[in-house]
Design a protein around this ligand. Sequence first.
Ligand SMILES: Nc1nc2c(c(=O)[nH]1)N[C@H]1C(S)=C(S)[C@@H](COP(=O)(O)O)O[C@H]1N2
Ligand SMILES: [Mo]
Length: 369
Amino acid sequence: MDERTALAGSGPAVAQAPSQPTRFHAKPVPAEVFIDHGINQETRLETLRGYLTAPSHFFIRNHTTTPVIDLRSWRLRVEGSAVEKPLELTFEDLLRLPSRSVICFVECAGNGRGFFKEFMGRVASGTQWRLGAIGVAEWSGVPLAAVLDLARVKRDTPRDVLNVLIEGLDSVKVNRPISLEKALEDGTLLAYAMNGQPLLPDHGFPARAIVPGWVGINNIKWVGRIEVRDHSIDVPTTTTTYVLEGPDYPTKAPLRLQTLKAAVALPWGATLAAGRQAVSGFAWSPVGRISRVDYSLDRGATWRPATLREPNLPRAWARWDFEWDARPGEHVILTRATDDQGNTQPASIPWNRQGYGYNVPVPHPVKVT
Ligand SMILES: Nc1nc2c(c(=O)[nH]1)N[C@H]1C(S)=C(S)[C@@H](COP(=O)(O)O)O[C@H]1N2
Ligand SMILES: [Mo]
């Protein structure tokens, strides 16, 4: 008898669940809008309209199934060795605190990871995203600083080490620490709304962290606990994952900032009709506004500037476009962003094992018929 029959024979019969695809998410994830990576869902950038990304179209990056959280029993605990007055807030308490809105991107640290394999020939581990693991929204909520003030963070707490741990209420309690300096920044929020609506369950209902410019993992969803210590907090998301490692990275440095990128809002391997075509896309920087986007139709031999459209908010994105007199044949479109801090997308970057930060301009394939 194999193990399965042994178990089946030893107790009451257990009905087999009908074979159904597992549901990881609460919102619909139609194939027209998302590239399916199972528990992770990548936005097809060509389906976006306007500046802000609709919650229905926002990419999803989950470590486990989206939890269902009851507002009435939800609590936020703030505690730790650097806190003088530990506290517990209800959702009502949170709503009574000063509110603020910020428009910024949330982008996965691994956005672009698939290109390590595709263009460097060396696979990096993790979801093989192209460039759709990003969205820009208006996030509203309470400045994290206001909550930390209530809990009276000790004055001599170091500011630059990763000592403010934010923890989720998903089953695996995903957590990551940010620095106190970042936690006290104006734009760092405990957000309860996205584009003026309550957060969707998949995006962190009832409250998530918003940490503008930093890698996606810091934007902890379903926040339930914040811990502030007088020294850095080492957890797997700073010691094992979300670190740069590989031959060119002798020390495992925990990631903080996202990288500067541009993307074409067309399917990968798009087909366009010959003639005048408006080509458009997005460009974003973790530290400033976009100052230019250049494009090349000859694999980087010559570059021309695309037109930038407003709004162009720092740590969000700018839309760009150019007109192309498309001739029949196989083409590639390269785009390269520059920000107002003088950063430009590099011609090459070193490989890293977990595939973070890929921001070399990529040849976006387009067929003109
Ligand atoms: N609690 C919790 N927070 C989380 C995650 C998670 O799995 N659990 N994923 C993180 C990662 S890796 C990213 S990129 C963003 C994605 O946010 P989104 O799903 O709203 O797009 O959420 C972050 N916050
Ligand atoms: Mo991520």
